[in-house]
Design a protein around this ligand. Structure first.
Ligand SMILES: Cc1cc2nc3c(=O)[nH]c(=O)nc-3n(C[C@H](O)[C@H](O)[C@H](O)COP(=O)(O)O)c2cc1C
Length: 217
């Protein structure tokens, strides 16, 4: 082999190793797998109501309908119907590792890490998100290192009986503060007020808002 050819090959080999070693390769792979070419997203939808035919679940279903019609892949996780222990703050995971609990969160964990978008659909319980959903969010702790700063989108769907917008503010502040912390981008919220009995949201325009949100992705 001629010296000049050898040098050229060595330079490319060295460059290849350097790229692979620095994570630049991941960037190149990312570009070659660029989802923007297909625009199809992996979406995780978390529902927080224990009511099977509840209002927030119906909003989630309408969102999912719109998103699936657009070809997005949806993984739905019903927080109230899965066995998820509350975080015990043992810190064994170090905010980025295996959790001591081997429960249903394991089914959700890989989907959350891979998701391009996460949707939170919850009823208002005493001015906050439901305990069923909060329990699941607290378990994000063990994957914090993998989801914080990841370029994810998010949306918030909430239902409550009262009609005052002011009473929705604590939940909206919580959601937006969480998004700021995680570095995720909110694409919007559906704030469904005045819905008390299960299914009453069906007689309002809110399901249409949730559907349009999914359809617009
Ligand atoms: C434990 C509990 C707490 C609630 N707290 C509130 C509240 O603080 N403000 C409110 O307007 N409605 C409150 N509600 C009513 C629910 O938010 C409302 O019925 C909502 O539509 C339920 O959504 P779902 O059908 O998705 O479960 C509460 C209901 C329950 C069961």
């Amino acid at each position: 082999m001629e010296r000049r050819e050898f040098l050229r090959k060595s330079v490319w080999t060295a460059l290849g190793s350097a790229i692979a070693g620095t994570g630049l390769m991941q960037a190149f792979n990312h570009i070659s797998n660029d989802k923007s070419k297909t625009n199809k997203m992996k979406i995780v939808v978390l529902t927080g109501s224990p009511r099977k035919n509840g209002n927030s679940t119906y909003l989630a279903e309408q969102f999912i309908k719109g998103a699936e019609e657009q070809g997005h892949e949806v993984f739905r996780f019903d927080c109230a119907f899965n066995q998820v222990e509350p975080c015990r703050a043992c810190n064994r995971c170090g905010m980025n590792g295996p959790c001591i609990f081997q429960d249903d969160f394991l089914k959700l964990r890989p989907h959350l890490i891979e998701a391009d978008m996460v949707v939170f659909a919850t009823p208002m319980y005493y001015f906050g998100i439901s305990a069923q959903m909060k329990r699941v969010i607290d378990r994000f702790y063990a994957i914090n290192g993998q989801i914080k700063g990841a370029p994810k989108k998010a949306a918030f769907l909430m239902t409550y009986a009262d009609t005052s917008r002011t009473e929705a503010e604590p939940m909206l502040v919580h959601y937006h503060t969480l998004m700021d912390y995680l570095g995720w981008t909110s694409v919007g919220e559906v704030v469904a007020s005045g819905v008390w009995t299960a299914g009453s949201v069906r007689n309002t325009d809110y399901p249409q808002q949730a559907y349009r949100m999914g359809k617009s992705l």
